[in-house]
Design a protein around this ligand. Sequence first.
Ligand SMILES: [Zn+2]
Length: 660
Amino acid sequence: MFKNIKIKSGIVALTTVLLLSGCSKTQESKLRPQDDFYDYVNGEWIASAKIPEGEISIGGMGDLQRSVEATVKEDLNKMFSGEIEAPTAETKEMVKYYQVLSDVDRRNKEGATPLMPYLEEIESMSNLEDFNNHAGEFTINGMYSLPFVASVGTDMHDTRKHTLHFGPNLETILDYNDYNEETKKNHKVYISLYQKMLMMVGKTEEEAIDIVGKAMKFDEVIGKLNIEDIDDSDTEDVLEGYNPYSVEDFTAMSKSIDFKNIIEDIIGGMPDKVILTDPEYFKNIDAVVSEENFEDFKYWMYIKMLNYGSSFISQDFDKVRNDANIEMGEEPIDVTTDEIYYMTATIAFNDAIGVYYGETYLGEEAKKDVTEMTEKLIAEYRSRLENNTWLSDATKKEAIKKIDTMILKIGYPDQLPKKYKDMVIKPEDSALDIMLNFSKAENKALFDSYFEPVNRVEWAEPAQNVNAYYNRQQNSIAFPASILQAPYYSSEQTTSENYGSIGAIIGHEISHAFDPTSAQFDENGNLKNWWTEEDHKEFKKRTDDLLVQFDGVKMEQGTVNGKLTIDENTADAGGLSVALAVLKKEPDANLEEFFTSWALGWRTKYTPEYQKLWLKENPHAPDKLRVNIQFSNIDDFYTTFDVKETDKMYVEPEKRADIW
Ligand SMILES: [Zn+2]
């Protein structure tokens, strides 16, 4: 990945360190490129830049992300207000969705009516047989609370295929961790809230008390199971959660739940295996749900649906919920703001917005130009592998296979995810219907894909996210439209400036295929050793040279962890050297511009708290070192700026790290 900390959560920016934060103009003017290139280029800006109130950074990708978001918001608000027409079928649906969400009058007039069919469906069940008849449909819908979750993923041992996963779903209504006086008091507030809401959907007080009592009995059963969450970003955790079972063995585990029927309903056939994240849970699932506690389980589902669904109906439900929040000492939440409607409607259509953004702001010319640059960089990388002096032919062959099969994603996807074809709004649909239909569309597309080969061209993130990434399982690289603009790329910039920024970034992502972690995966994204022992030893020696250069470097808020940052530093080293090699073949190459452009791209200032967190958790080195340490390993930097032994950036030739 190009940036971090948690890629799935979306926008996270990059780093810098503020050695110069108090520097005056006179000090700045003494800076020489040979001593501290990063500060030579960025020092003056860093000294004067002020991080906006409430933000963690200024400069770099964070600034670009904010500007992309502002542009998107302006356009979408024009679509929502009718000032401009939504250009595609999907954005038209998004506008309809926004209109339904913001139609508070309609919601208030309808009261609890939109929620009733969903509640009645749950209440109509009288035993496990009824449940098993509905369970497939509930699973596909995704918004009904069940004692398990099912999902389709990529098989980590054969990334061309899908696997069907089952795991426990133990999201309780009440919080059973740290049970103390305060949680005890909060439990009471929740119980009275649910009783109130039940009466608002037509139950008598007596019925409401009874239903909540039953639901909480079940809630406590699962609350006490105390099952650990799996961290899907932790390879060991994920490996531990990979427990294959035959369908027969799995379905024999439970008499209560008809998993065979559920599997048939959701994927339309029988898989050759099922992956259980927690086999012990499924072996004991009949102790969780049985005919004896069916009513408790049923009303647990009922309360969960009531709780979820009541956020999308009339405002009197918002009011009782907020009264409860205030009683628990929390801030009331206003769910009827334009901001919330905007977020809700746009998140659902993220990929469609990305395509809109790319088509509107990237343009065919730029897409073509960046594609050509990427192809040149890949060709250069390939020839460097072919001419490599320290790899054996056997390892070279495998490495070349990996680069030849790499998938390129530039600008925005050609196709939207399949779920969009089912994300269609009918005039009579309430906001809640739409929420549930969209959830179903997403799950259905996922389950329908089970018997299909893994789609390696699918994008992991929408194109309006400023990012660039290598996907290890797909062996693909992606450069969304939003990063293909100044200062990273522009048709107004010189060839050298573009290679110094987006060129080296593209090179960085290509190099990730050959960083210490990803080098353990083959061209299909499977964990497989394709190195000879000798070659891997040499690779390790070379990356260790780089590791040592970064490890323990003191920054204002702590020290750099060489091991944590080795993948990213290897990618930077490879990216810079391949981009430089391609640029040098261009007639108008200007290496001074190349180096300056890379340094400018990392011009960012962070809050001290964020710098501290960064050093602890972020796999990227601080921006300043991504410039200075990397450049001190590049011979062309020495000749371009006439760096001498007496200069601070000087590193003896035999100590310069050289990997790709
Ligand atoms: Zn990276």
